[in-house]
Design a protein around this ligand. Structure first.
Ligand SMILES: [Zn+2]
Length: 189
């Protein structure tokens, strides 16, 4: 019995040692993965919103081995900038609803900021939700739009880059489609 046990122990030490070592190594990695702080991984540190300077800064560190990455760890690009901004209370895409405290008029339209050439805005009337959503399309060429349901006037304010490389005034011969507004006699405006 004693001999048997000793032989068994020796055999385990000798033959099974590599297997044992490997399983220890694996469990050691798993323990390390559990101990890793969620905001660090390897040598890369997560940059905060105010440390972002270039596109290169908008790459996450990735997840620690053996863990499932969070959005903060793996998001890149604009999504990453949005997440980092939200963490510091900065709404980079300005997702606030449009001003619904009044009805827009031609003299004093509701401003709609846009970083692109076109912008759609949903009007629900004044007071808000007094009619179903009506989508209004505005563009840099035709920034003013009036809701056909309630008459509220919206005006797109372009806030995008001034030099977008497209030559804003050259749209390759594209012409806005004519609307009834193009045929209203000037004296009626
Ligand atoms: Zn409306």
């Amino acid at each position: 019995m004693f001999l048997q046990r000793t032989a068994l122990a020796a055999a385990r030490r000798a033959a099974v040692a590599p297997v044992v070592r490997r399983s220890f190594a694996v469990s050691a990695i798993r323990r390390d993965a559990n101990k890793v702080e969620p905001h660090t991984s390897g040598n890369r540190k997560i940059k905060s919103f105010h440390e972002i300077r270039t596109e290169e800064d908008l790459i996450g560190p990735g997840a620690a081995p053996g863990t499932v990455p969070t959005d903060l760890e793996q998001a890149t690009g604009l999504e990453r900038l949005e997440i980092l901004g939200k963490m510091e209370g900065v709404d980079i895409f300005d997702m606030r609803p449009l001003d619904a405290s009044r009805k827009g008029t031609l003299d004093n339209p509701i401003p709609v900021k846009s970083a692109g050439d076109e912008q759609y805005a949903g009007c629900t009337g004044y007071p808000a939700d007094s009619h179903v959503v009506t989508w209004l399309g505005m563009s840099r060429e035709r920034p003013i739009e009036r809701c056909p349901e309630c008459g509220s006037v919206y005006k797109m304010e372009y806030v995008g880059p001034q030099d977008d490389g497209h030559g804003h005034h050259d749209h390759h011969g594209y012409e806005e489609p004519k609307t009834f507004a193009d045929y209203v006699k000037p004296q009626y405006w």
